[in-house]
Design a protein around this ligand. Sequence first.
Ligand SMILES: C[S@@+](CC[C@H](N)C(=O)[O-])C[C@H]1O[C@@H](n2cnc3c(N)ncnc32)[C@H](O)[C@@H]1O
Length: 205
Amino acid sequence: MQRAYRVWAPAYDLVCGGLFAPSRRRVVALASTAGRDVLEIGVGTGLSLGDYDADMVVTGIDASEAMIAKARERACSIAKADIKRLEVMDAEHLTFADSQFDAVVAQFLITLVPNPERVLDEAYRVLRPGGALFLLNHFRSKNPEIAKLESRLAPMMHHVGLRPDFPFDRVLNWVAGKPDLHAVSRIPSGPMGCFSIVRIGKARA
Ligand SMILES: C[S@@+](CC[C@H](N)C(=O)[O-])C[C@H]1O[C@@H](n2cnc3c(N)ncnc32)[C@H](O)[C@@H]1O
């Protein structure tokens, strides 16, 4: 992953910037309703950092040094929010204390990691009761023809760490195992609604 994103980092914003920007902005707006203290896991080059308002406090982590270096540059140049920390860290092993953040945001991450449930567990652990977890991702299409195509493409794309056939049910199954998670909402977003914005609320203590 480190190697892949070292190669990707210089071109990442060109490929994944403009087209995905409205979805990212929507996620930031939703996350900001959960409270001021936000953690972005897999923050990448920090494409969202400029979208947080000045009263927000944002922490970002990413497994790739090259991506975090770009995020730090961006934080200096465009961020209005208080960007508290941008650190190299594995989303499967967060070093933060329990119940620390009002919102945890994972954009285009969950289907890339080898152990999505482990990443979700960590996001859940650092989220305060009453907070919410936000995912932005492509999941396997509900349209059987498109889903068939995604399954056909999957073996090729697995080589570059992408899983176009990742089923949303896997997220729902994970939620079902946590009694204090509730109110899962899924909003279509992005070109032709091919992404989903998912909000998962954690009950108040
Ligand atoms: C597709 S990019 C998305 C970046 C950013 N969230 C965005 O929306 O532009 C995926 C990011 O996840 C990071 N990543 C992959 N596995 C990770 C892990 N286990 N822990 C933290 N970051 C990880 C990659 O380094 C990369 O920056």
